[in-house]
Design a protein around this ligand. Sequence first.
Ligand code: G3P
Length: 218
Amino acid sequence: MKFFLDTADINEIKELASSGLVDGVTTNPSLVMKSGRKFLDVVKEICEIVPGPISAEVISTDHKTMLAEGRKLANLAKNVVVKVPLTPDGLRTCKALSDEGTRVNVTLCFSPAQALLAAKSGATYISPFVGRLDDIGTDGMQLIADIIQIYRSYDTIRTEVLVASVRHPIHVIQAAKMGADVATMPPNVLKMMFNHPLTDKGLAAFLADWAKTGQTIL
Ligand code: G3P
């Protein structure tokens, strides 16, 4: 399973990229706003830090302007993936960009029907938002299961399932058990995945016993 970071915070990206666990990055307009940075600058910088796929989202809603924005974003770096919303114009843009060889991440997916449309439009990634479905009392992970079942039923579908709106490690584990291709997570979720109280307790005990031996390794 690939791990993407869902953030436009350069410091967090640098810190976690050094772990070797980060395969890519996803951004969205809200995350860019939070970063306080200029969009094109921050995308270019992220692309230099992480060599994997970096999603950058168009902000227009009509096909013609989305296509122009998508082409501009794709030209920023080889590893840019253009992100478009799951609307009729967004999917038309997805098809056009995919036909040109640009990878596209279709975002704001909340139903299996939408995911099927994105696959037929040539999306490289579909981004179903599990946390936002949970927020309205719907089972977000069931959407992942449904999409995986549909996609795996057809050899012709190459679209990867990129689980988005991930709020905690349980989302990541459930997605991994279902065989989802990617989970994009806020930096704090990746950090939480390391934690277990028995690891801390066990390490403290090992170190205390080691100190009693009076030995060193180096
Ligand atoms: O990048 C899209 C998605 O991951 C947003 O997550 O937490 O704002 O619902 P969230």
